[in-house]
Design a protein around this ligand. Structure first.
Ligand SMILES: [Fe+2]
Length: 248
């Protein structure tokens, strides 16, 4: 499986604090059946000051550490970009790392604030799309406003955004409401990707296998492969050379 949203780099956001913890997370991901991971540190002005250049440097360090220890996890990088007014400036100064390109659009992991969808977000999304940047919206099922009213997502889907659910939401780790909304979005078949959003080796592990099993049982094996293998492989194709596998 391919995990398109996880926090693996040490000491640069609320993911692992040390290189040792990073390697622990990578081993957990491998044990769970993840062969490829795109680490997505937060870019959040005023909180996490990461840029494409700094993330790239840390990711190369991690790739070397994994190779040295023969840990069979291919890693690449993008970022979880908080939706703020500063995105326009960040895009123009080329500070945002994208996953890769699909049908002429760069794919960007975009995070709404947890409590709400800020008025004007639709305009910002259209501004991105006009520049051929397609937002992959991170865990909309955990946004309080979407939890209250999932139709709040409709304008974003219609505009051309893709959706990424957190694997743990689907299996109930983020509460009943997040699970209900996640299932509703799966029922409507408007989800592009399931990812772990793993942060640590405790309750927020980089793990997908349980969700893969759940999706297989409720929506079929081909849906599980589409969400956790084929779509992620297409989105991050330029970052990986070796082929990912589904658990069997
Ligand atoms: Fe995240």
């Amino acid at each position: 499986m391919i995990d398109l949203h996880c926090h693996l780099l040490p000491g640069i956001d609320d993911g692992p604090a040390t290189p040792r913890e990073t390697l622990r997370l990578c081993r957990l991901a491998v044990a769970d059946g993840i062969t490829h991971a795109i680490t997505t540190p937060h870019i959040h002005p005023g909180r996490w000051h990461n840029t494409k250049a700094t993330i790239a440097k840390d990711c190369r360090k991690l790739q070397r550490a994994l190779a040295k220890r023969n840990i069979p996890l291919q890693v690449g990088f993008a970022a979880e970009v908080r939706l703020t007014d500063e995105i326009m400036q960040q895009v123009e100064s080329d500070e945002i790392p994208f996953y890769g390109e699909v049908d002429g659009y760069h794919i960007m992991l975009l995070e709404f604030p947890h409590g709400q969808i800020i008025p004007g977000s639709d305009k910002l999304v259209r501004w991105l799309l006009q520049r051929r940047i397609r937002p992959l919206i991170a865990h909309p099922e955990r946004n309080k406003q979407v939890m209250k009213d999932p139709t709040q997502l409709t304008p974003f889907i219609k505009a051309g955004c893709w959706l990424q659910l957190t694997a743990g939401s689907v299996t109930g780790n983020f509460g009943e409401r997040a699970q209900t909304v996640a299932r509703q979005l799966l029922d409507e078949d408007v989800v592009a990707v399931l990812a772990s959003d793993g942060h640590n080796s405790g309750a927020r592990r980089p793990a997908l296998a349980e969700a893969f099993e759940y999706i297989t049982e409720h929506y079929g094996g081909s849906r599980a492969k589409r969400l956790m293998l084929h779509n992620p492989a297409t989105i991050a194709a330029s970052q990986f050379q070796t082929e990912a596998q589904a658990p069997c």
